[in-house]
Design a protein. Structure first.
Length: 279
């Protein structure tokens, strides 16, 4: 087995003023360009490039999640280590144009990045799906409609794990309502009323009591994840999402306020879900 040193150009608005290391990947700045370097053990250059990309991508995704910044990369070269510690160039790829870096990399976020990296690698499929949906929302950022739906999917995926808990809670909260509707139905039958519209409504209301609405599932999830203070805001997001779906995709419907709120709540739910399931 051979050791390979891989070097990448990093494209981001973040500036690595100081050299940092995240899970074996070193990030630094040389002149006006950001770079990442890492070492991989592999049998050949193809395997080294493949495994190196996986390792770098996992680290960058944790950065993107924590910092809400899209980060791209391009491999520059791969060097195989010789037995005497020297390296020799094995392959290169074309560099893209330099991207102007505008702000320093927030090194105070390194602990959060590390926690997300560890958490997502030790969590279940639900967390991974929600995490990937959130990252997709960041990736398509300027397309507000698609970004919103991806952030909302993160919320929905986590909320769906609370289906049984939602059922139990709704059974308790629906007892009085069911009793009232049954009494209305009995009165309708007993007095032989001829109001089909009212009969349909009574039957529809009884039928609907058997369903667990998304709002209820999300509400139960928020309570369990200690985020119940966002209940009303999330209910408005559900209403907005339902209206959005009903009228079809349109960038004119989405407002930045709804997008940012959905993004913020979905991120908090993912973090809390990961913390709860690996603790």
């Amino acid at each position: 087995m051979n050791f390979w040193n891989l070097k990448y150009k990093i494209e981001s608005y973040l500036n690595f003023i100081n050299k940092i290391n995240v899970k074996g990947v070193s990030f630094y700045r040389d002149n006006t360009t950001n770079y990442a370097e890492l070492k991989i053990e592999a049998q050949n250059i193809q395997e080294a490039e493949r495994h190196g990309e996986i390792k770098l991508k996992n680290v960058l995704r944790a950065m993107e999640f924590s910092l809400n910044q899209r980060i791209n990369y391009h491999i520059i070269d791969i060097q195989q280590e010789k037995g005497n510690g020297e390296t020799m160039l094995m392959g290169t790829s074309n560099l893209a144009s330099t991207v102007t870096v505008r702000v320093p990399f927030p090194e105070n976020q390194l602990e959060n990045i590390d926690n997300i990296f560890i958490g997502i690698n030790n969590s279940d499929d639900i967390a991974i799906i929600a995490y990937q949906s959130y990252l997709k929302g960041i990736e398509v950022g300027e397309w507000y409609n698609e970004a919103f739906l991806n952030f909302f999917k993160s919320i929905e995926v986590i909320a769906n794990t609370y289906l049984e808990a939602g059922k139990k809670e709704k059974e308790i909260s629906s007892e009085e309502e069911l009793k009232f509707l049954v009494e209305e139905l009995q009165e309708y039958v007993e007095y032989k009323k001829d109001d089909l519209t009212k009969l349909k409504k009574i039957c529809s209301d009884i039928h609907n009591l058997g369903f667990i609405e998304l709002k209820k599932r999300i509400d139960v999830a928020l309570i369990d994840l200690d985020l119940s203070e966002y209940s009303e805001e999330t209910k408005r997001l559900v209403n907005f999402r339902n209206k959005f779906i009903a009228h079809g995709s349109s960038n004119k419907i989405i407002k930045i306020e709804e997008l940012e709120k959905c993004k913020s709540i979905s991120k908090m739910m993912i973090k809390k879900y990961i913390e709860k399931n690996i603790s």
